[in-house]
Design a protein around this ligand. Structure first.
Ligand code: SAM
Length: 275
């Protein structure tokens, strides 16, 4: 769908944009193609799209994937898409809040790819929810605010390194990203955007049963960024156990969470988990 067609649909009065739903539609055909290429789709792939909007990405997904499940919260857009994409036999369109849906309907996403231009206000909770699913999607190709993209990819010592980086990277390896300028969207958003590609790790860093403990450890460690991590963790673990674990990993007792790598957080989870 080109910009002229988008403007026409929107100006015909059928649909008025709702800012709180992050309705900035992507019309730049080159960027749309780059996103779909990054998904490396085959005709057997199952794709989850969150927030199809007016369907510019959906059109390309249904042409290249096996099946597409698209979840859109705005009923007016769902009604429009039901007509616009009426002939697509491999598309299931749901009118729902995607975050509620993934929380309410736990399922095996292992053979799915998430490909979406996410509504910016709920992008992070949706990503974390899917990444924490027992069987998480094999590949994630999402467009979101550049600031959030940086957090997804950040490593130890980066300014953006924190809870989101660690919760996502426990399951996924950031592969690459590319920026998408505001003028590629209609209307142009106030912030810069980027498309990020995340690949599910072949070898899990921790068994699934230990993921809740990893999350608890990471959240407490970053609860006050400038404070020493060991001091923060004393709230939930005995100091002797913490001191022994830090020593075993060669971590200084004065270290702050931003200096501790993903692998060190994973090893610390294992050490603190043992009785
Ligand atoms: N995919 C389209 C595109 O690339 O042009 C639209 C992307 S737009 C950034 C985000 C879309 O997500 C909007 O259509 C909006 O209505 C929808 N949306 C917002 N919050 C949602 C939610 N919680 N669940 C599902 N869709 C949502």
């Amino acid at each position: 769908m080109k910009l002229t067609e988008m403007r026409q649909i929107l100006s015909s009065g059928q649909i008025q944009l709702t800012k709180s739903l992050g309705q900035n539609f992507l019309h730049d055909q080159n960027q749309l193609r780059r996103i779909v290429d990054a998904a490396e789709l085959t005709n057997t792939d199952q794709v989850l799209e969150i927030g199809p909007g007016l369907g510019p990405l959906t059109e390309l997904l249904i042409a290249r994937a096996g099946t597409v499940l698209a979840i859109e919260k705005d009923r007016r857009l769902v009604d429009f898409l039901r007509q616009y994409l009426a002939t697509a036999t491999n598309l299931t369109l749901l009118g729902d809040d995607a975050l509620d849906y993934v929380r309410r309907e736990p399922r095996d996403w292992a053979n799915w790819k998430l490909v979406a231009n996410l509504p910016y206000s709920v992008a992070s909770p949706i990503l974390v929810e899917l990444a924490q699913a027992r069987s998480c999607p094999q590949r994630i190709v999402v467009t979101l605010q550049l600031e959030v993209a940086r957090r997804l990819m950040a490593r130890t010592d980066d300014d953006d390194y924190g809870i989101l980086s660690l919760l996502m990277q426990l399951r996924y390896e950031p592969q690459n990203h590319f920026k998408i300028p505001p003028e590629c969207f209609f209307p142009p958003p106030d912030v810069d955007s980027a498309c990020v590609v995340l690949i599910r790790r072949e070898q899990p860093l921790l068994p699934t049963e230990q993921h809740p403990m990893f999350e608890r450890l990471v959240k407490l460690s970053f609860s006050q960024r400038r404070k020493m991590m060991l001091k923060l963790l004393k709230r939930d673990w005995p100091v002797e156990k913490l001191t022994a674990a830090f020593e075993q990993l060669g971590l200084s007792p004065q270290i702050r969470a931003e200096k501790v790598s993903l692998e060190q957080f994973a090893r610390l989870t294992e050490l603190l988990e043992t009785k």
